[in-house]
Design a protein around this ligand. Structure first.
Ligand code: ADP
Ligand code: MG
Ligand code: MG
Length: 193
């Protein structure tokens, strides 16, 4: 079940993973983009943790909304509005008492696609969120499945975002936004959300 406590723990665990892997995420972005994804994300999650600690939200909806606003205003780059919108749509979805995690992820993915207009196969974070949603629907999500989805972005050619500028040269590299989203869902699993 999704609760205030496990949602806060989920987002803080995500923040830890971003901080730990900041240099790696920027390295991934250096290969096919401008090398700032790790720093962008770290700035965002730091602000998110501060806001969560300051405001002590008392509903899942408020937790996700608070996180969304912090990420939106602090990540910057292409991924800021995308993560911000994902969390905002998740918060809108989280208004009932019995919240299902798959309906949250579904709403988040819809927000990312509405905002960024990327389809599956364009080498973006959509290529992580979409298979994660499939696995949630089939109750087959695992850390291995998340890793597999992150690694599968290697084979894709980027046709959206900054990585599309390098064209065929993007093939063979992991998409940084898919990798950071992988940490989001690993953290979700670890916290039992
Ligand atoms: P920027 O490209 O502005 O420097 P970041 O480096 O923080 O921003 O984020 C890059 C990531 O954003 C990409 O790896 C990709 O996953 C994601 N991204 C970029 N454009 C889109 C889009 N239109 N839809 C979904 N995700 C996108
Ligand atoms: Mg970048
Ligand atoms: Mg940038």
């Amino acid at each position: 079940m999704v609760t205030v406590e496990n949602t806060v723990n989920w987002l803080k665990n995500f923040a830890d993973k971003i901080e730990t892997n900041k240099a790696y995420l920027s390295d991934l972005d250096r290969a096919i983009g401008d090398g700032d994804h790790g720093n962008n994300m770290a700035r965002g999650v730091q602000a998110m943790v501060e806001k969560l600690d300051d405001s002590e939200p008392t509903s899942v909806q408020a937790v996700l909304k608070t996180a969304s606003m912090a990420l939106l205003s602090k990540i910057g780059g292409a991924s800021g509005p995308l993560y911000g919108t994902a969390l905002l749509e998740m918060s809108k979805q989280a208004k009932e008492d019995q919240i299902e995690v798959k309906s949250l992820v579904e709403a988040g993915l819809a927000g990312i696609q509405k905002r960024g207009k990327a389809e599956v196969g364009e080498k973006t974070m959509v290529d992580l969120w979409a298979p994660v949603l499939d696995h949630l629907n089939k109750q087959t999500l695992s850390k291995e499945a998340i890793d597999e989805a992150v690694n599968a972005t290697k084979d894709l050619k980027a046709t959206k975002g900054r990585a599309s500028y390098v064209g065929d040269r993007s093939i063979g590299a992991i998409d940084p936004g898919a990798a950071s989203s992988g940490y989001l869902f690993e953290a979700m699993m670890e916290e039992g959300v």
